[in-house]
Design a protein around this ligand. Structure first.
Ligand code: F6R
Length: 365
């Protein structure tokens, strides 16, 4: 049932404040502001040498985001790969290693094969899935869940932000177990995560404006997305969403890679979506943005009030995102990129919930 929404995707985007809050409640103690590791997870984070994360598509991008969190907060070396590559490359895995596979459906063939490989290499395995009872959930040593509810739209939206929510809380739990953060820092990080639903609801109020921006973007043949650090995976996710539902060609790049090739594409016909909260990497990303502007590229800047004040003037379009702790950035910036893709697709008249050539669950390799 789509309720008042025109598409399942619109409904699922709108549900995010609620389902993210519900998911976080399973992985964090709100009154103590403490991370809660589900008891079925037997990973001894304090002794862990390396974490390996594998998944496909959008779930892989949740894993790529989590790498930044596990490395930064937990000081835990973390390797991330797409399952279709990982399963065949015969990666050596450490004795004290653990693996997380991420899958909305819990049925993706390549992800299942990656899980089996990790088990064969003696890794403690955890499956993060949205569908309880799915094959991947059953085969892993421990299954943990996103509480996104059924996701009908082929393009993953609420499952993605719920995956991010769980992974952020797990990274904080790992950080605590490894003695990499203090109790006070744990309170700060979990306290920040608790604010996610409120900020997400605020972003959803900007939908009309984002739809206007999307119509401008939809005239383009090619669109670039730039992000740095923990927001780089969101640039990739923005491009993936736009491609899969609007069929407009898009690519995501780490902002610093721009000058190593893709800048050759820039002219006045190419919108460049810049994901840049005013964090410690903001100035670096802005200098990449200025390289784009100097070549006539149309900048769509996604940032907070401080970022807008500093650099909002000289851009083609702007989308405001609430100012928040940097651990929250990927969770928050995911929403405007979803809405941009959604409204570009509606404008193009494509079949948003059932894009051509795509299936919700990919059970063949
Ligand atoms: C993109 C999308 C796909 C899936 C991928 C993995 O919007 O939905 O890229 O994320 O096929 O699917 P699951 O998570 O079911 O393993």
């Amino acid at each position: 049932d789509k309720g008042k929404h025109r598409h399942f995707m619109a409904k699922e985007i709108a549900e995010q404040p609620e389902v993210v809050g519900r998911t976080l409640a399973e992985y964090a103690d709100f009154s103590e502001r403490a991370a809660r590791l589900p008891e079925q997870v037997k990973i001894d984070f304090a002794k862990l040498d390396r974490l390996t994360i594998t998944a496909c598509g959008t779930a892989y991008l949740a894993g790529l985001t989590a790498k930044y969190w596990f490395e930064r907060y937990a000081r835990l070396p973390t390797e991330v790969d797409i399952a279709s590559e990982f399963r065949y490359r015969e990666a050596p895995m450490p004795k004290n290693g653990a693996a997380i596979v991420i899958s909305q459906s819990g049925e993706t063939a390549d992800t299942l094969a990656a899980l089996r490989y990790c088990k064969s290499q003696g890794q403690e395995t955890v499956a993060l899935v949205n569908v309880p009872g799915s094959t991947i959930a059953r085969e892993a040593d421990a299954a943990i869940f996103t509480y996104a509810g059924p996701e009908i739209g082929v393009a993953s939206t609420k499952a993605f932000t719920c995956q991010l929510t769980v992974l952020a809380a797990l990274a904080v739990a790992a950080a605590k177990a490894r003695g990499a953060i203090t109790r006070e820092q744990e309170r700060e990080l979990i306290g920040a995560l608790i604010e996610a639903p409120r900020h997400m609801a605020e972003i959803l109020k900007e939908e009309k404006h984002i739809a206007d921006v999307a119509r401008e973007v939809a005239h383009a043949q090619d669109v670039l997305y730039l992000g740095r650090g923990v927001n780089y995976p969101i640039a990739l996710e923005g491009a993936l969403k736009l491609k899969e539902i609007s069929y407009i060609h898009a690519e995501g790049y780490a902002a610093g890679e721009l000058k190593h090739g893709p800048i050759a594409l820039i002219d006045e016909n190419v919108p460049v979506i810049v994901i840049a909260p005013r964090d410690d990497l903001f100035d670096k990303t802005v200098s990449n943005m200025e390289e784009v502007a100097a070549r006539g590229g149309k900048i769509v800047l996604l940032t907070d009030d401080e970022g807008l004040e500093a650099h909002g003037q000289r851009t083609f379009q702007r989308i405001r995102v609430p100012r928040a702790h940097s651990i929250l950035s990927p969770l928050l910036y995911a929403l405007p990129v979803q809405l941009l893709a959604y409204h570009a697709a509606v404008f193009m008249g494509t079949d948003v919930d059932q894009p051509r050539n795509l299936a919700k669950s990919v059970t063949v390799e």
